[in-house]
Design a protein around this ligand. Structure first.
Ligand SMILES: [Zn+2]
Length: 456
């Protein structure tokens, strides 16, 4: 069914299209991204409202922009709406439409969608946040606390040219008590009603290089040699087969309940003895997400060894992407890694932390806050009596820099029933990324409703 487009949704749609067309593609190299283009667009869109802007250029072309709408009470808590402006690269071969066209297309069911890289991660939020922020300033509505709009560069490469240096060196610009950012707002409807998922925390990376030692020898006589590659391959195997205990805590239980699954499948997912069987019956995208929400995960991603085709390697190097649950420490990751490698192979390896200064565990923002209540009430306007549940982001977002500063940060947004949760997750960094107009409307309204309820 086609959605009638109101004026604000129209503004969000057009701004999203423009942000997609700006192609701020961040491939991880410092010269990519070019977020300057969208930073200038943001400034132009907010021009003439009497606000001050700070354009922070961490290096040429990598510009973030921040502006603050002052509240009436200096003691009232402030709220920051933060959206990143960069997107990840695409492989055009997998796309049915131009990934940077920002086209508004209608499918065979009449569903209107904006297509392009960033449509769900997260230019939909970055654009709708700007539109809601602008609407508030334009109408002269005043709130007790400051409202900050922050369009930030370089989220997709870990925030090293965006949120991290800005939080470290310009905290006064972005200082906030509360924050809304990516991602959340997927509804699921089942026999017990609708549940909508928000995120209150995220996993933390514990990247490791496992250096495996062996003995060099002639490739013509491999029998009983100490081949470093063979040992590294054993470690890779153990990593995929090791039975890591799931953490089936209250947060995971609420994540599962939010899916509105068949009750039998739900109870299997919450039983340590049956969770593996339950995951095996589910769509892979969703199973992958749920598995990551309740496990420390180990993904062996790079294996290098050898120097010559006729020589058994005396050295192999394995790069492992470890993701820890909130509260886990780097020592917890090392201990489990050693257990997986096993006492027979541990004497042959050395383990190096790739980011030794990242020692703080990640933690969850509490939900007994005025912002959580404002979100729940606002979501229930669109989805009456919906249960609003907290969960975690399996990857990292810029919210982590703010949580370390004491900011309560949630991943939010509000999607229509046109996108299922597995489909939504598949669109992150996937082919054919797109978002329907109704979701843009719901999200734009969500921000406005939250602002109206945050300080009451
Ligand atoms: Zn993102």
């Amino acid at each position: 069914m086609s959605t009638s487009i109101d004026a604000l949704t129209q503004e969000t749609t057009e701004l999203l299209q423009q942000m997609i067309r700006n192609q701020c593609v961040n491939d991880g190299t410092p010269d990519s991204g070019n977020e300057d283009v969208t930073a200038r667009l943001v400034r132009d869109e907010l021009e003439g409202l009497g606000l001050d802007f700070e354009m922070v250029e961490t290096q040429p072309g990598r510009t973030s922009v921040v502006t603050r709408y002052a509240g009436t009470d200096p003691n009232a808590p402030s709220l920051c709406l933060m959206g990143h402006t960069d997107v990840v690269p695409v492989n055009e071969d997998g796309w049915r439409n131009d990934p940077f066209g920002g086209e508004l297309l209608t499918d065979s069911n009449g569903l209107q969608e904006v297509w392009g890289r960033g449509a769900v991660d997260m230019l939909n939020l970055t654009s709708s946040m700007l539109v809601a922020f602008r609407e508030v300033v334009r109408t002269g509505k005043r709130f007790p606390g400051d409202i900050i709009y922050f369009a930030v560069a370089d989220e997709e490469a870990g925030g090293v040219l965006g949120a991290k240096p800005i939080v470290d060196d310009h905290w006064d610009l972005v200082k906030c008590d509360y924050m809304l950012t990516e991602y959340g707002g997927t509804p699921a409807t089942g026999p017990n009603g609708t549940a909508v998922l928000l995120t209150t925390g995220e996993k933390k990376g514990a990247f490791r290089v496992v250096r495996v030692q062996g003995e060099p020898g002639h490739g013509s006589m491999p029998y009983a040699t100490d081949n470093a590659l063979v040992k590294a391959a054993k470690i890779v195997n153990r990593m995929t087969e090791f039975d890591i205990a799931p953490r089936l805590d209250e947060l995971f239980a609420s994540r599962v309940k939010a899916l509105a699954l068949d009750p039998q499948l739900e109870s299997m997912l919450l039983d340590p003895a049956q969770i593996d069987d339950a995951l095996a019956q589910m769509p892979p995208g969703l199973a992958r997400n749920l598995h990551s929400c309740c496990h420390m995960t180990f993904s062996p991603n790079i294996l290098q060894s050898g120097t010559k085709g006729n020589t058994t390697p005396d050295y192999a190097e394995l790069h492992v992407d470890i993701r820890m649950l909130p509260g886990d420490t780097q020592e917890d990751a090392d201990a489990l890694l050693a257990e997986i490698i096993g006492p027979d192979l541990m004497p042959s390896v050395e383990i190096e932390r790739m980011f030794p200064d990242q020692t703080e565990p990640s933690f969850l923002s509490p939900t007994d806050t005025p912002l959580w209540s404002a979100l729940s009430d606002s979501i229930q306007i669109a989805y009456p009596e919906a249960l609003v549940v907290p969960s975690i982001v399996t990857g990292g977002t810029d919210a982590r820099f703010f949580r370390q500063k004491g900011t309560v940060a949630y991943g939010a947004g509000l999607l229509s029933n046109n996108i299922s949760q597995p489909e939504f997750l598949n669109r992150f960094h996937g082919h054919n990324e797109r978002i329907d107009i109704e979701s843009l409307k719901l999200t734009t309204q969500l921000w406005l409703n939250v602002l109206d309820r945050m300080w009451v």
